[in-house]
Design a protein around this ligand. Structure first.
Ligand code: ATP
Ligand code: MG
Length: 516
């Protein structure tokens, strides 16, 4: 059909002409093929693809994929997600039309996967039927509820002094090798007796460290309710960058279905370093401490996704325990301060305490939990209130009396009490304490029952108490466990059991069948 040339301006004619021109010159296939201009350090500079979006997945030759990290006028920077790439300048690139997404669902439980959801544990593929984007909006305020249920870790110092609630974000921060991962893993293992789903995200960790975590959970926890998302130090920077986001998306699946989930990100300092590396390679201008200005926003929008949802949204929760590493205990460095301001509190681990064999090496002066206290079970809150005060007073007194002799008997008693608190808070790994054990120990401590006990016997007391309580105060154990309250009767039963056990440990009471 011939198209008569218009005499005046005819917009319909112009539109028709342009449409035809589009289909001839660009065509749908031509518009979605780009070209690699430059490649190196895990980043490809790509031209063409005018429709590509930020975060969109692009596919290179040889099945290599990457995602768009930044867009320039004529080119874009693409972060590659695969190692050992056989792609060079001039190769073609196609746009997928979708942003990065990962498989979600119960099929992932018990598995070790990379941040794209590809299995790392065995050859069996993840048969997930659902995929979700790695970046999802955080729940709005109206969709949230107050944090009201405890997330018990089984670690006495955390549960009694810095209680966590389901839906809280608590930073675990400390120098290298101060037990940061161990505390988070204890929290994961303690979920064996609950129905919380755990997601452990490893970013930039050594393979041996990741293996140790997985082995610990397999040996002591409930691995069938855990997902391990692993991007090791040797993985492509793109995988390390997306790992925390992928982990959150996998955990949110459970949160959005009314379940409770716990996510551990080990660690965000390494994630920040990867982000800095990628940002500098893509020529983003560096900001404070060479981090581009948006690292704060990146971590904030990640951690905002942890929440307790309102009953209308199913009432699920996602608790986040991000980990950060400090240099020489410098909490005021850029990344730790960012994370401290994003989270609802921090558990600070001290290298000095760790070296002095106080493990977990929690610095009680610098640590805080801002929302979990309200979620703490009343039975534990009632008995732990005094401990914090007694312990802080003891730490000050200890400093003053270090060089001089002790004069006052009251001071001596305070110091003796403090030493016992310290011994109690020192807890070996894989020795989780239940709520009732913690309540009984602290009630006994408050009553002064532990004061005559030699400090060396405190460890034995903590170890023997759970089975002793079950045997001698079984009814109180089940009542306190179900109600979360400590009435006078249960309190008396617990105190009697602790008194009896202390007497046996000091040898002032005959023991049944040898030492406990
Ligand atoms: P990194 O900086 O390398 O990630 P980290 O801070 O995560 O280290 P961990 O790997 O958790 O520290 O722990 C360091 C060492 O301390 C491990 O060998 C661990 O077994 C030991 N450790 C941690 N917690 C305790 C504890 N409560 N009792 C005894 N040993 C502990
Ligand atoms: Mg660690």
């Amino acid at each position: 059909m011939s198209d008569p040339a218009p005499v005046g301006v005819d917009s319909d004619w112009l539109d028709r002409k342009l449409e035809r021109l589009d289909s001839i010159t660009l065509g749908s296939s031509a518009a979605s093929v780009g070209r690699v201009e430059q490649i190196g350090d895990g980043i490809a500079t790509v031209s063409g693809l005018p429709e590509a979006k930020l975060g969109e997945v692009l596919t290179f030759e040889n099945d290599v994929s990457g995602f768009v990290l930044s867009l320039d006028r004529a080119t874009m920077s693409v972060v590659l997600l695969d190692e050992g790439v056989n792609v060079g300048a001039g190769s073609s690139v196609t746009a997928s039309g979708h942003v990065l997404h990962v498989p979600v669902g119960p099929e992932l439980l018990g598995r070790v996967v990379d941040p794209l959801g590809r299995p790392l544990d065995r050859d069996e593929a993840i048969a997930a039927s659902q995929f979700e984007p790695i970046e999802r909006p955080a729940p709005a305020i109206i969709e949230r509820d107050l944090v009201s249920e405890p997330m018990e870790t089984g670690v006495l110092v955390v549960d009694s002094l810095f209680a966590l609630g389901r839906g809280q974000r608590e930073l675990i921060v400390g120098d290298r090798a101060t037990g940061k991962t161990s505390i988070a893993v204890e929290a994961m293992i303690n979920q064996k007796s609950t129905d919380v789903v755990c997601v452990y995200v490893a970013v930039g960790q050594r393979a041996t460290a990741v293996d140790r975590v997985i082995e610990a959970v397999q040996a002591h926890g409930a691995p069938e309710r855990c997902i391990f998302v692993v991007a090791q130090a040797a993985s492509a920077p793109g995988l390390q960058w997306m790992a925390p986001f992928a982990g959150f998306t996998m955990a949110e699946y459970f949160r959005d279905r009314g379940q409770d989930a716990l996510i551990i990100v080990d660690d965000l300092s390494k994630h920040a370093a990867t982000h800095r590396e990628l940002a500098l390679l893509t020529n983003e201008p560096p900001g404070r401490e060479a981090y581009p200005g948006d690292i704060f926003y990146l971590h904030a929008r990640l951690l905002e996704r942890a929440a307790r949802l309102s009953p209308e949204r199913g009432g699920g929760s996602l608790t986040a325990l991000p980990i950060a590493e400090t240099d020489a205990a410098n909490l005021s460095a850029y990344i730790p301060t960012n994370l401290i301001s994003i989270t609802d509190g921090q558990i600070v681990l001290s290298a000095d305490l760790f070296a002095a064999n106080q493990r977990p090496a929690v610095d009680v002066g610098l640590s805080v939990s801002r929302v979990g206290g309200k979620a703490q079970k009343k039975a534990l809150r009632d008995v732990s209130g005094r401990v914090r005060l007694d312990y802080s007073q003891f730490l000050e007194l200890e400093m003053f009396t270090r060089f001089g002799g002790l004069s006052d008997t009251r001071v001596k008693a305070q110091i003796a009490r403090g030493q016992r608190i310290r011994a109690l808070l020192t807890q070996p790994r894989f020795a989780s304490l239940r709520l009732v054990d913690q309540v009984a120990l602290l009630a006994g401590l408050g009553e002064g029952l532990l004061d005559p006990l030699p400090i060396a016997a405190i460890n034995a007391l903590r170890r023997s108490l759970p089975s002793f309580l079950d045997a001698h105060a079984g009814e109180a154990v089940s009542r306190v466990t179900t109600s979360g309250l400590l009435d006078d009767e249960c309190r008396a039963a617990f105190l009697a059991a602790v008194r009896e056990l202390c007497a046996r440990l000091t040898g002032t009471a005959p023991s049944e069948g040898g030492t406990p």
